[in-house]
Design a protein around this ligand. Structure first.
Ligand SMILES: C[S@@+](CC[C@H](N)C(=O)[O-])C[C@H]1O[C@@H](n2cnc3c(N)ncnc32)[C@H](O)[C@@H]1O
Length: 272
């Protein structure tokens, strides 16, 4: 799947306006945002970039005082950018995530990810927070669903942390191909890979991990519950989304057992 990059130049660039604008962008279906100088860069997959979306951003730009341009990202350039920029990242004392072109680092958990076009190297706050949280859970004998697997990073880590089985789902062909390659590079053989945009109806899980975005998570909650999973680790949303997620969590009779924030991004662990 190809991606579009929207470049927003803010008239009044400050923390509060960045938070408000990025919250709106996520509501509109953008998958990630980054900020630099007076700009916000927001990324959306091609199937989300419709005339309606562009109209919505035009209205936002008038109300929230920014100018914007957008362009399609060429796959080769994106790959090159990742390959030249990606540094190994360490989680806790004993886990390292690196690409195959980095030299070997001898830690107990060494995860090799060649991300190509997919999301999930551990550098993004959300992936980092979920990886860290997985170390605080006993995964032995657990059947795990990784909904929105990207590079497969969370599935690979779950498997290395002794999960009994992992089901990795993504709706993007590039992520499925990339997860397949990364599973092989890490010698993982207990992950079932499914291309879909929905949670399977006929499968039971103990733990669901989903780092997607606020809207998909809100839409998927009922389907998550149908799997009989009693514990979820959720991310891909911002502190500003907390109230709406907490209300949903309470409605569904789950309770919050951990909440972590990194640069405004949130990770929630909830239990039945
Ligand atoms: C933010 S990335 C997370 C990737 C990885 N799990 C991580 O933690 O770094 C979200 C992933 O969810 C996928 N995705 C978004 N909406 C989806 C949907 N409705 N069904 C399945 N996958 C979806 C995207 O293709 C993307 O790979």
């Amino acid at each position: 799947m190809n991606y579009f990059k929207f470049s927003l130049t803010l008239t009044n660039f400050n923390e509060q306006s960045v938070e408000i604008i990025t919250a709106f962008l996520f509501q509109l279906g953008f998958e990630s945002c980054e900020e630099s100088k007076n700009n916000i860069y927001a990324y959306a997959s091609e199937d989300n970039v419709t005339d309606d979306l562009i109209n919505e951003i035009e209205i936002l730009s008038i109300n929230l005082n920014f100018k914007f341009t957008f362009n399609e990202i060429i796959t080769e350039n994106w790959n090159k950018k990742w390959e030249s920029n990606f540094e190994p990242i360490q989680i806790n004392n004993d886990c390292i995530i690196r690409a195959s072109f980095h030299k070997q680092i001898n830690l107990k958990y060494e995860i090799i990810i060649d991300p190509k076009m997919s999301f999930g190297t551990g550098h993004h706050e959300t992936t980092f927070l979920v990886c860290k949280e997985l170390f605080d859970i006993n995964l032995e004998n657990k059947n795990v669903l990784d909904f929105g697997c990207g590079t497969g990073i969370l599935s690979i880590l779950s498997s290395k942390l002794n999960a009994k089985s992992v089901t990795a789902i993504d709706y993007d062909n590039k992520c499925i191909d990339n997860t397949f390659e990364n599973l092989k590079k890490n010698n993982i053989d207990n992950v079932e890979l499914i291309k879909d945009d929905k949670v399977p109806k006929n499968k039971k899980f103990d733990l669901i991990i989903s780092n997607i975005n606020r809207n998909v998570i809100l839409k998927s909650f009922e389907a998550f519950i149908q799997t009989e999973a009693k514990e979820f680790i959720l991310s891909g949303f911002l502190e500003t989304d907390f109230e709406i997620l907490l209300n949903k969590i309470k409605d569904l009779k789950f309770y919050l057992i951990n909440k972590k924030n990194k640069n405004g991004w949130l990770m929630l662990r909830i239990k039945k």
